[in-house]
Structures are given as structure tokens and as C-alpha cells.
Design a protein around this ligand. Structure first.
Ligand code: ADP
Length: 404
């Protein structure tokens, strides 16, 4: 495997560091050609390293050179860099772009990471305790491994910083808002990619009233007017809105009070239930968080989990349409949105009243346009590419800073 890729030139590395994984990708400059994607899973345990090269679409698993898997993010990144040097030694990484879940109220655009930025982001850990610490660990590890090259933070919340106060507030005492307790909305890098795709491929429609449904393991929907986010289903945390693989989605806060007062559960125990045991997994009686498993199952609980999922997607499409006073375009993306024929078919066929006329054949055949010519609402299926958005931002900021 080593040294067999004859690639050369400058490149951007993108990193998406989760609790026990690092997803990465390399984009060659100046065209930002993606040459590989990969991930290191189960860091701290029996870590695995897999890479897929775009040149041959070949997925390979790699062994650890000294037979000891990395124990933390720093070691994992250092293995990744060593591997890159061995395998593609004529590629020079000139900047690293990081996915960072939370940019708070302050960061409405990507930034080059400085010590001041790191301090600001560390103060946001309280707002996203399950994601932010790992994102920041990824940045620290990259700083140590790469020395002086620029690290760029790209925020999932930034795309939604265009919301009005009314779209971002909760009806609780106002001093909470001043502390930062408000709606942030997430999946912004995915929305940014889809908004750009709309502008390029559907310029006539992209400025209208658009809903993007990012339905993956995490899921949310966003309403755009004139290409700008005006409302999103996710709120203060990544729990709100649609049900997800293991996250609950919208819930009456009274349920949390019940869990505390009647069941005597601690904040940590409730957090565990809402983030890891709920959503499709919880509703299917623990069967699975994976839509493919539920679709294939004959269990009534699996069917009910799907029914609830479809109900919530329809409900939020209705709500976002009401906020925009109309709907011109709906886009499905994310693992479920892009791949589940059944979920798209159910949602769209059950919403014909809103002006949707589904093209069932195109939907089944993986078409981009999945509504008929007669449909008043244009329905689309577009694969998202958050890594490309990160790479582009990293390149642009690095060019500005260093004149690359
Ligand atoms: P993440 O939010 O972690 O990035 P993805 O966007 O990759 O997740 O979505 C992962 C989910 O997509 C899986 O859990 C699975 O439920 C769903 N999925 C992937 N392929 C299919 C398919 N062919 N049919 C239905 N669901 C699918």
C-alpha cells in the first residue's frame, strides 16, 4: 500500500473529531480534488484505521506500524500524519480544517484558530458537552502534530446566526438568553453545501422558500429564504426537533421533571437516556438506531418508530412552511434523506396537500429531482459534503493569511 499513490502538491486536511473517532479527508489544491477519505474508530479501545482512495475507490484497513493502537486523539492524529507521509510523501498539508459543533453567539463564520479562539471555544464546552471537547481535542492534537500550519475552525452553528430574535429565543426569563440559552441550530456545514448546490444547479429556485431536511444519524431541518437560514428545528442542544438515531427530538420539559422527581434520575442519567437510548432506538424497543434495520424488520415496534419519525418530519415541514408562508423547494440529504426511498416516499406522498407531486420512479431510481413536472413544490435528493465546505473555508482563509 505504502508509496503507491503518485500524488503530489499542496493539500488541505479536514478533521471531524468525535468522542472515539476521527474522520478525515484530503483535498488537493488548487481545485480541491478530494483524494481520500478515512476514519480512525474506537480510539482508546481496539482502534481501527480505514481509508478509501478516490482514484480506485478502494477501501483499505491499515495495521498499526508498531502493533499498538493509539490511546488518544493525539496519538491517533500522529499515526495519521505518519501514514500520510509514508503513503503520499509528495503531498504537503498546508492547513487543517476542523469541524466544530458549537461557535456560540460569537462565531458566525470560520476562523483561524488562535489561543484567544481556543479560550472562547473552551468556554462553550458547557453548551455542547458531548461534542465540543472532542472537536477541541482534535484541534490541540493537530497543533501538536503539525506545528505552525494554520488550523481553521468551521462551525455547525454559524449558518444559523442569521435568525431573528424570535426564531432564537425561548419563552423563559430573558436573563437565560443573555447567558447564551437560545436556539443555535446545527448541521450548518451540510446546509451550506446544499445551499451552494442549489445556487449552482437550480439558480431559478434557490432564492425561494426552501426546506432542507438533513436526515442522518443526527437530524434537523432548516428553512431558507433567499439562500439564508431563517429557522431550524434544532435548538439549544443537538437534542431538539426531529427524533434521531438515539436522540429524542422535541420533548415536553415536564417529562424531564418527571424523570428527576418521580424516578430520581440524575442529570447524567437523563442525559444518557435522551442522547443515547432514545429516538429510533428507544422507540423500537432497543432494536436499532439504524433506519435500514427498522425498515427490514417486521416487529410492530420498528413500524411504530418509523411512523413516529415520518410524523415528526411532516409536522416540521408544516411548521417551517408556515414560518415562510409557503414552500417552493424541499431537499432531502443525510444518510436517511439521501438513501431511504421509503422515508422520502412516505413523507412526500403524505404531503400532497402542500403542493407536492412525487415522481415515484425517480425517487426509487435515485434521481436528483424526485417530484413530477406538475408538482408545485420542487423535491430534490442531494448528497451532502460537509468536508468539502470545511476544505474550501480552510483554503480561503489560508490564502488570505499567507497568500498561498
Ligand atoms: P451521521 O449523522 O452520523 O453523519 P449519516 O448521515 O451517515 O450519519 O446517516 C447514517 C444513517 O443513515 C444510518 O444510521 C442509517 O440509518 C441511514 N441509512 C444509510 N443508508 C440507508 C439506506 N439505504 N436506507 C435507509 N437508511 C439508510
Amino acid at each position: 500500500m505504502d508509496n503507491e499513490k503518485n500524488l503530489r502538491g499542496q493539500a488541505i486536511l479536514t478533521i471531524n473529531a468525535g468522542s472515539s473517532s476521527i474522520k478525515f479527508s484530503v483535498f488537493l489544491l488548487p481545485q480541491l480534488n478530494q483524494i481520500l477519505v478515512g476514519q480512525i474508530d474506537d480510539i482508546g479501545g481496539d482502534a481501527r484505521f480505514t481509508v478509501r482512495w478516490h482514484s480506485d475507490n478502494n477501501q483499505v484497513s491499515l495495521n498499526w506500524p508498531n502493533a499498538t493502537p493509539p490511546k488518544n486523539h493525539r496519538e491517533a492524529l500522529s499515526e495519521l500524519i505518519n501514514w500520510l507521509h509514508r503513503t503520499a510523501n509528495e503531498i504537503e498539508i498546508i492547513a487543517v480544517g476542523h469541524r466544530v459543533v458549537h461557535g456560540g453567539q460569537k462565531y458566525s463564520a470560520p476562523v483561524i484558530v488562535t489561543e484567544k479562539v481556543m479560550k472562547d471555544l473552551e468556554a462553550l464546552v458547557i453548551l455542547a458537552p458531548l461534542h465540543e471537547p472532542h472537536n477541541l481535542a482534535g484541534i490541540r492534537a493537530a497543533q501538536e502534530s503539525f506545528g505552525a500550519i494554520p488550523q481553521i475552525a468551521c462551525f455547525d452553528t454559524a449558518f444559523h446566526r442569521t435568525h431573528s430574535f424570535v426564531e432564537d429565543c425561548y419563552a423563559i426569563p430573558r436573563y437565560f438568553y443573555d447567558q447564551g440559552v437560545c436556539r443555535y441550530g446545527f448541521h450548518g456545514l451540510s446546509y451550506e453545501y446544499i445551499a451552494e448546490q442549489l445556487m449552482t444547479k437550480f439558480p431559478g429556485e434557490s432564492g425561494g422558500k426552501v426546506i432542507i431536511a438533513h436526515l442522518g444519524n443526527g437530524a434537523s431541518m432548516t428553512a431558507l429564504k433567499g439562500g439564508v437560514s431563517i429557522a431550524s428545528t434544532m435548538g439549544f442542544s443537538s437534542l431538539d426537533g426531529l427524533p434521531m438515531g438515539t436522540r429524542c427530538g422535541e420533548i415536553d420539559p415536564g417529562v424531564l421533571l418527571y424523570m428527576m422527581q418521580r424516578e430520581g434520575l440524575s442529570a447524567n442519567e437523563i442525559s444518557e437516556i435522551l442522547y443515547k437510548e432514545s429516538g429510533l432506538k428507544g422507540l423500537s424497543g432497543g432494536l436499532s438506531n439504524d433506519m435500514r434495520t427498522l425498515e427490514a424488520s417486521a416487529l410492530p415496534e420498528a413500524k411504530e418508530a418509523i411512523d413516529y419519525y415520518v410524523r415528526e418530519v411532516k409536522r416540521e415541514i408544516g411548521a417551517l412552511t408556515a414560518l415562510m408562508a409557503g414552500l417552493d423547494v424541499i431537499v432531502f440529504t443525510g444518510g436517511i434523506g439521501s438513501n431511504s426511498v421509503m422515508i422520502r416516499e412516505r413523507v412526500l406522498s403524505e404531503m400532497s396537500w402542500i403542493g407536492i407531486d412525487l415522481d415515484r420512479e425517480s425517487n426509487r431510481n435515485g434521481g436528483t429531482i424526485i417530484s413530477s413536472k406538475a408538482s408545485r413544490v420542487l423535491c430534490l435528493r442531494i448528497n451532502t459534503d460537509e468536508e468539502r465546505v470545511i476544505a474550501r473555508h480552510a483554503f480561503e482563509l489560508t490564502k488570505k493569511m499567507c497568500g498561498v
